[in-house]
Design a protein around this ligand. Structure first.
Ligand SMILES: [Zn+2]
Ligand SMILES: [Zn+2]
Length: 265
């Protein structure tokens, strides 16, 4: 099995649904033999704040300082990067620039799709059920990739979470995302958090909600750059059996994973 010694997708207790601070992840990463640890918690947002989903603006400085103190303490043993995971939902370049000014990198992860016709302004990506829903998801991911703000797309196939089958529309959305990622040279992530959620049974049989083989088979065939992300929400899940299963998932599809992202701290 491929051995990957980097993880760019790591959370922090400030988001309200993860455990541990930067130093806790640093200690775990060193113990597990990682060489690069990117902390990329859910960024504060002007549009949707929920204390169980993301850190408040008031915690942002503390987040940055917490990573810096881990860098000072453990920087001789491991490269620790300051990152964020953001939604591409805000039509506000100043917002993204403000964040990018403060961190080394951002990963794109859509958990919400703006939805103008509904009672609420957003739809959860874990509840996209129609062709229209998943096409909208694809559109925001493509725009996010083109924005130039991001070094990678986390769980690009998360749109399959509640969609009944990998049908023609799902395949078209996959092609759109993958083609754009290739054009802009942005890696797509096989996400271990999807594996932690277990297997489900749909019209396509038994499989993970995400990552989906159908999606990554296309990505591999087209020559996209593919990485794994632990998406660890606890220090002990950095290199857990689901992270190992993500590596096995890549192996099964004969995918050679990229290990390093080009990030200058
Ligand atoms: Zn999270
Ligand atoms: Zn994440």
């Amino acid at each position: 099995m491929q051995h990957i010694k980097t993880n760019y997708h790591t959370h922090h207790e400030l988001c309200g649904h993860a455990q541990g601070r930067a130093k806790d992840y640093a200690v775990a990463a060193i113990k597990e033999g990682f060489e690069v640890l990117g902390i990329s918690d859910h960024a504060p947002s002007k549009l949707h704040y929920n204390p169980r989903v993301r850190m408040p603006w008031s915690a942002f400085e503390a987040y940055l300082k917490d990573i810096e103190s881990a860098q000072q303490r453990y920087g001789s043993q491991i490269t620790i990067l300051k990152g964020l995971e953001t939604e591409f939902t805000e039509d506000d370049p100043a917002y993204y620039r403000e964040l990018l000014d403060k961190v080394d990198y951002m990963i794109l992860a859509q958990h919400y799709v703006p939805w103008k016709n509904g009672k609420k302004p957003f739809k959860s990506v874990f509840n996209l059920k129609t062709e229209e829903h998943i096409k909208a998801y694809g559109k925001y991911i493509m725009e996010g990739i083109k924005s130039g703000y991001y070094v990678a797309v986390a769980h690009p196939d998360v749109y399959m979470s509640a969609y009944p089958a990998f049908d023609q529309t799902a395949e078209q959305v996959a092609h759109d995302i993958i083609d754009t990622a290739i054009e802009y040279d942005i890696p797509l992530e096989i996400n271990a958090q999807g594996i932690r959620k277990g297997l489900i049974k749909t019209n396509d049989g038994l499989h993970y909600r995400y990552p989906r083989k159908e999606f990554f088979r296309i990505a591999k065939a087209k020559g996209a750059r593919i990485m794994v992300g632990s998406d660890a929400h606890t220090p002990d899940s950095l290199n857990d059996e689901s992270f190992q299963a993500a590596l096995a998932f890549a192996d099964a599809l004969d995918i050679t994973l990229i290990e390093r992202l080009d990030i200058n701290p």
